[in-house]
Design a protein around this ligand. Structure first.
Ligand SMILES: C[S@@+](CC[C@H](N)C(=O)[O-])C[C@H]1O[C@@H](n2cnc3c(N)ncnc32)[C@H](O)[C@@H]1O
Length: 348
């Protein structure tokens, strides 16, 4: 894998994506998931108060307006639930890249920082940085992790002190120019080092057309329109491989997973992933993702957004709506001897 002459590898077999996700029709067996949905607890709180407040939610201050989801405690709780969902999805793994004892690591747009904290715990030899627009990470953290407030779409200063591993998870609806960001990663990872992005195809679908015409489908259609108007990519997952190739990475691997919404799948693993997905949706996820996008960019009222979100949430609880998302894990290696043409400007 470290052979600099190696070419991008073929797409690996899909990790959990099956053509048909079987529906669990035995409704009475789901009490554990009912408990799970109602018994989550917050693990982190935020500590900096000078933020924008709008429609009952709190938003980041640094680079005001450049990220459209809240940064309040409700949203932090939701990000922590999503962390559990992603861990379940990847069978307990934080990453899939074949890294070995990395010394310098960065987690881009770290959110509440749980990925960085877990990674630092698992890798005490590593110095781990988590950066984000919002300082919403805990202060009691392992000694080998530190958090920075930074805008990852600005020019980076890391090239003189590059990383062994750069990780980014769930940047959909955050980033305007993924191609440029991934080129920044290429320049800021050591020759032979790895970069891994984990991200959504934000378009939900159903294999039996049960999503058609529902409040869930309408919700995603409306918010995707608003995010597109604001200039954000809501479906980076399927495009990551191409961006990695364009940046110059080799040994590129793509793994595709499916994430159900709800506990309708029969398979226990998919049911658990789907439960976490529903838990985060129930935790004000629908309102949180929609409020700023639709009020700032489509001139909706707060009440209209809340109605849209409540209809999505209600349909999400229906066992006969079998909604799925695709989720991609893509990693690639900077060649040991990188060609000179890859060392141009970030925008090239
Ligand atoms: C959906 S959250 C994902 C958080 C984390 N990566 C995870 O998987 O739990 C997106 C995060 O990206 C951050 N973000 C958005 N735009 C950013 C930017 N330009 N620079 C740094 N962070 C950004 C937000 O503040 C938010 O915490």
């Amino acid at each position: 894998m470290t052979d600099s002459s190696a070419q991008e590898q073929a797409i690996t077999p899909t990790a959990n994506a099956s053509a048909n996700v079987e529906v669990d029709n035995s409704y009475e067996n789901d009490s554990a998931y009912g408990d799970e949905l109602s018994s989550y607890s917050a693990s982190l709180t935020s500590s900096v108060l000078d933020y924008r407040h709008e429609n009952g939610r709190r938003y980041h201050k640094f680079r005001d307006g450049s990220y459209l989801l809240p940064n309040d405690e409700t949203e932090s709780d939701r990000l922590d639930m999503l962390h559990e969902m992603f861990l379940t999805l990847l069978h307990g793994k934080l990453y899939l890249a074949p890294i070995e004892r990395p010394q310098r690591v960065i987690d881009l747009a770290t959110g509440t920082g749980l990925w960085a904290i877990d990674f630092a715990d698992e890798n005490p030899q590593a110095e781990v940085i988590g950066c984000d627009l919002s300082p919403i990470q805990p202060t009691m953290v392992p000694p080998n992790v530190k958090f920075l407030v930074d805008d990852i779409e600005s020019e980076w200063v890391y090239e003189r002190n590059p990383f062994d591993f750069i990780h980014a998870r769930f940047l959909a609806v955050s980033i305007r120019d993924f191609g440029r960001l991934i080129k920044q990663c290429y320049r800021s990872v050591k020759p032979g080092g790895w970069v891994e992005f984990q991200d959504w195809d934000g378009n939900p679908y159903s294999e039996d057309d049960s999503l058609e015409g529902t409040g869930l489908q309408r919700y995603y259609d409306e918010i995707h329109g608003a995010f597109a108007k604001a200039g954000y990519d809501v479906c980076p997952g399927p495009k990551l491989e191409q961006w990695f190739k364009e940046a110059g990475f080799v040994n590129i691997h793509v793994e595709k997973f499916v994430i159900p919404y709800g506990v309708w799948p029969k398979d226990p693993y998919l049911k658990k992933v789907g439960a976490w997905c529903q838990i985060q949706g129930e935790a004000s996820g629908f309102e949180g993702a929609a409020l700023a996008a639709l009020t700032r960019y489509k001139q909706w009222s707060k009440e209209e957004v809340i109605l849209l979100a409540s209809q999505a949430r209600a349909d999400g609880r229906k066992r006969d709506i079998h909604s799925l998302f695709d989720f991609y894990v893509v990693y690639g290696q900077r060649p040991e001897n990188q060609p000179r043409w890859n060392l141009g400007q970030a925008s090239s």
